[in-house]
Design a protein around this ligand. Structure first.
Ligand SMILES: Cc1cc2nc3c(=O)[nH]c(=O)nc-3n(C[C@H](O)[C@H](O)[C@H](O)COP(=O)(O)OP(=O)(O)OC[C@H]3O[C@@H](n4cnc5c(N)ncnc54)[C@H](O)[C@@H]3O)c2cc1C
Length: 403
């Protein structure tokens, strides 16, 4: 223990608590163990006993073919934390009392000496009527599984559609998640999975008022557009969704888009339990943290990953809400949390993007790594290797990286 022994319940005897065992939270917990050589007690809390590989949840074709077996998309936490100073507690966080240093779970209460809030993000529906009720999402494993099962059903039923009609799947949101998902659905061999006579779905990718793959390098965008067109994905540009009803999506110009399934990939916001915190908030309820990732006015309380709004002091650009950024932030947050315990000075977070690779189906991808463009099957292979390496590093308790 870094701190001297003290009476149970006294702040010095309380653990560092990490909320959320996603990319940010699991890395914070593992780094706290590694950096303190197991001397700092850490409690890691999540509603699931597994770490979900969220960056792979667009793989609905593969999910559809595996039924209920989801082992490939999760890493059990028990094995990962075995032999470390990190204790796992399962529960859903219902409220966070920063002044009272207490977390309320559906399974009880936990007190903390220091805290890292790493609860990720949820779909943002921007008040569009019907969007939450009548669209699918792939931001959580349960949602991705439901979507995979729904498309499987749609494909099975496609054999009895009238005339030449094919199933119509609409993806709302032309960012990387929407793009990867559209490519996956359009290029999956549904005949092999659903029915030998299943009809290939028509996949539409609605970019809304934002440009397709906004913020990505222009060469990557061009390439992705060409590959998507070859795979039969149709881009619908310039129109936001104003209403969703079962089987119908209304667009800003009043036109109605009929579809067999709609998927919401249009944006993310901080979860309600984070939005409710009496702390400075930025866009979409994210926590506006100091450069050290500490929450202003709350010494020893950090926020990390998708829950955070932060500008890179070197570039003035917002740090993206990606797993890659979450891992980098987690390392700095763990270091600064320990500095607080020891009364040492903290360091500011500096973000250096390693690159980005967008999967485009059929073993193809487009990306840029350290500003060098990379295309086709080498890009897809690189993405696959990096994802596998990430899962293996997590399992072995080694510092993980991602693109
Ligand atoms: C389909 C898809 C593809 C992506 N591809 C990439 C990519 O290629 N590269 C990349 O860098 N990023 C990618 N991302 C983004 C990336 O997944 C996120 O930025 C990343 O997951 C953020 O990490 P996090 O730890 O903040 O949140 P998460 O990984 O979502 O972790 C949050 C954790 O908190 C838990 N939790 C939430 N609320 C509660 C609660 N109330 N009580 C208890 N537990 C709770 C959750 O169970 C979860 O374990 C992708 C995202 C998606 C959806």
């Amino acid at each position: 223990m870094e701190s001297p022994p003290s009476a149970p319940g006294r702040p010095e005897s309380l653990p560092a608590v990490v909320l959320g065992a996603g990319y940010a939270g699991l890395t914070v917990a593992q780094e706290l163990h590694r950096r303190s050589r197991g001397k700092v007690p850490v409690v890691l809390i999540d509603r699931n006993p597994v770490h979900v590989l969220r960056t792979e949840l667009y793989e609905v074709g593969k999910l559809a073919s595996t039924g209920d077996a989801t082992d490939a998309w999760v890493v059990p936490l028990a094995g990962v934390l075995d032999g470390t100073s990190v204790a796992f507690r399962q529960g859903t966080v219902q409220s966070i009392d920063l002044a009272g240093t207490t977390i309320t779970l559906d399974t009880g209460e936990v007190r903390f000496r220091s805290l890292a809030i790493c609860l990720g993000s949820v779909a943002a529906y921007y008040g569009v009527p019907g969007a939450a009720e009548h669209t699918h999402q792939v931001y959580r494993l349960s949602g991705a599984k439901r979507l995979a099962a729904a498309i499987l059903q749609i494909e099975k039923a496609s054999t009895s559609l009238p005339g030449e009609r094919r199933p119509r799947i609409l993806i709302v949101g032309g960012g990387s998640t929407g793009t990867e998902l559209a490519a996956e659905i359009a290029t999956t061999d549904w005949r092999a999975i659903a029915d030998p006579h299943a009809r290939r779905p028509n996949v539409f990718l609605l970019t809304g008022s934002l440009p397709f793959l906004a913020g990505f390098p222009p060469a990557l965008v061009e390439r992705a557009e060409r590959v998507l067109a070859r795979s039969g994905v149709e881009l619908v540009r310039g129109l936001n969704v104003t209403r969703v009803e079962p089987g119908r999506v209304t667009l800003a110009d009043g036109s109605v888009f009929a579809c067999d399934a709609a998927v919401w990939c249009a944006g993310l916001e901080a979860p309600p339990v984070v939005r409710q915190l009496p702390v400075p908030h930025g866009r979409a309820g994210r926590v506006a943290v100091e450069a050290t990732l500490e929450i202003p006015g709350h010494s020893g309380v950090f926020a990390v990953g998708d829950v955070v709004e932060l500008q890179d002091p070197r570039t003035g650009m917002p740090v993206p809400s990606t797993a890659q950024a979450a891992l980098a932030e987690a390392r700095t947050a763990a270091r600064n949390l320990l500095a607080r315990w020891k009364g040492k000075s903290q360091v500011p977070f500096e973000y250096r993007e390693r690159g980005v690779v967008v999967a485009l189906g059929l073993g193809q991808a487009a990306g840029s790594v350290r500003k060098v463009p990379i295309w086709g099957s080498p890009a897809a292979l690189l993405k696959r290797i990096v994802q596998r390496d990430y899962a293996h590093s997590i399992e072995r308790g080694e510092p993980p990286t991602l693109i």
